[in-house]
Design a protein around this ligand. Sequence first.
Ligand code: FAD
Length: 379
Amino acid sequence: MDFRDSPEEAEFRADLRRWLETNARDVRIPDDPAERARAQNRFHQRLYEAGYIALSFPSEYGGHGKPPTYEAILNEELAGFGAPPIEGVGHMSNALLLFGTDDQRRTLLPGLLSGATQWCQGFSEPGAGSDLAGLTTRADLVQVDGAPHFRINGQKIWTSFAATADMCFLLCRTEPDAPKHQGISILLVPMTTPGVEPRRIVNAARNTEFAEVFFTDALVPASCLLGQRGQGWAIANQLLAYERGPSDVNFIARIGTYLQSLEQDLASGRLPDDDMSRRRVGEAYVELRALQLKVQRSLTDRVHGALPGAEGSIDKLLLTRADQCIGHAVMDLRGADAVLAEDLSWDVYVWSRASSIYGGTQQIQRNIVAQRVLGLPRH
Ligand SMILES: Cc1cc2nc3c(=O)[nH]c(=O)nc-3n(C[C@H](O)[C@H](O)[C@H](O)COP(=O)(O)OP(=O)(O)OC[C@H]3O[C@@H](n4cnc5c(N)ncnc54)[C@H](O)[C@@H]3O)c2cc1C
């Protein structure tokens, strides 16, 4: 691997740095969770308007048609600059690009990429998290006014951003009599559909990002189906493979921002500049760098045409290590201040705990690596 930028990449990186200097220097991350989500969305839209989002997506859908390495450059620069985290939409956008009809791509991708349309991902259920294929939310094909529709009934949980989302990427059971992995489909459901009711959950980070979502006889046209009936399990796995490769969800940028804030604490004397502090910040830097290099390796495969697969679980495990290394350092070094301060310290710590759960737990990632990457026996 040659990690040096090509001349074009170097020029792109320099332009992006100049843009960040001018446009992101004073962008603050508000403490209030609702305000923070709005600020994050505004920053995402500004980056999009400036041409820095959807870099590897085809231009007809609002992208720039560049190789995936440009996504890595964006992530590195946002992280290095300490810019506000931006919305990670690559996992859903890539799934829509791969499996959507022309009409679905044309109508839905530009809004998803630009941040103008907010999406949530309705996969987990109270009885189906790690065992996702055990989901019971049903979508039955029915005729309404002579036209085919799906009637949806069931419940999702831990759905991030569901209460503010415009659309839901919904995993549901359309063929109840088929074997469990084969009876699942994906529907793209407008959240304004009558019978769709999100109820907010306050999480440990004190915000209401999560919701339960209840579906009661919610009717959507059959054209909301993504891919084929019964193809949902394959689509969900492809989407999760993108989600576990952190460049698609911008986690590297987020972790880099936290690392920068720790470094600033050291430089400003807010943290004692002693061996312990320097060692913890150094360890966090090393974990983040290991993650960045692994992600670059995964992106190299993508440049050569490979879709993300089971190997993405290694990226996810490294992401968890980097995130928790920084989260624990914040907590240990700032001590009681981390809990009491009016800044994001507590959230950094709590979110780092969540990274071994979202997108599939740490244990599930290890199972995937053992069985599907290393080829070890199941039992
Ligand atoms: C911050 C955050 C955001 C999230 N956002 C979303 C979202 O937007 N949409 C969505 O659908 N979901 C979302 N989730 C839910 C997440 O996907 C699930 O919490 C996760 O898949 C685990 O499922 P569970 O909570 O039901 O735990 P369970 O599956 O009940 O697992 C409990 C414990 O048992 C272990 N375990 C289970 N099965 C095995 C096994 N076979 N081998 C070894 N250990 C096992 C797990 O590792 C875990 O430690 C989010 C979660 C978090 C924390």
